[in-house]
Design a protein around this ligand. Sequence first.
Ligand code: KIV
Length: 272
Amino acid sequence: MSTAKKEYKRITTKTLVDMKQQGEKIAMLTAYDFTMAKIVDNAGIDVILVGDSASNVMAGHETTLPITLDQMIYHASSVIRAIERSLVVVDLPFGSYQSDPKEALRSAIRIMKESGAHAVKLEGGKEVKESIKRILNAGIPVMGHLGLTPQSIYKFGTYSVRAKEKEEAEKLKEDAQMLERLGCFAVVLEKVPAKLAGEIAQAIQIPVIGIGAGGGVDGQVLVMHDMLGMTHEFSPRFLRRYLDLFQEMSKAFQNYITDVKKGDFPNESEQY
Ligand code: KIV
C-alpha cells in the first residue's frame, strides 16, 4: 500500500487542488475495464481517466473519433465498479459536446448518471466555452484538455508538438486561464513545449496534468497500454515503458499453445 493511499481515503477534485498547493505531484493513468481499474486503483493511482483513447487501444480504431457516448458509458461503468479510492474522470467523446451546450450537458449528465463517474473531460478552449459553462452550472466537475487535442486530428493533420509558435502559445495560455476562470478543476496539456507548460502551471491555481509536457507541471498522465508496453507501434519521446507486456504476454500465450499441443496441459493435478 502506498503512502498516498494512506493519506487520502478518497480522491476528490478538491484533493487534487490541495495536492497542487502542497506541491504533491498527481499521478493519473487511463483504464477502460474492471480488472485493470482494480489493479491501478489498488496500486494507489490518484486519478483514473476513462479516455477516449479506448477507441484506439480497446477498439483498434486509428483515431479517437469513432467511439460513441454509449461505448464510453460502458467502459466508465466497468471502471467505476472496480474502484475504491481514485477519482474517475470520463472523456466526452467526439460529437457529444461540440454542436451545442444543451447537447453537451445532456451527454455529461448521461455519463454521470449511467456510469457513476466523478467528472468529465473535454477537449478545447474558447470554442467550447459555452458547453463547459453549461456542464459546470449543472454541478458536474470538468477537466479541460488543451494542446494536442486528438479529436481535432484532421484539423491539425499531424500528432506533432503543439504551440511551438508564439501565437498558438499565447492562445493556449489564454485558454488555460479561461478554463480556470470558468471553474474547471484541472487541465490536461498534451504535447506542448515543457517551458510553456511549466509557465502555465505557475500561472494558474488549478492542477495542470501533462502528457508530453515536461516535468514542470503538477502531474502526469499516460495511456495504460502504452506504459505497460502492450502497444509497441507507438513510441513518442515522452513515453516511458514500465514493462514489455507485449513480449511477456506473447511468451505466456506461446507456452500455453505448446503445452496444449503437446498434451502437457492439463496434467494430473489440473483435472477432477
Ligand atoms: O484519451 C486519453 O487517453 C487522453 C489522454 C491521452 C490524456 O485524453
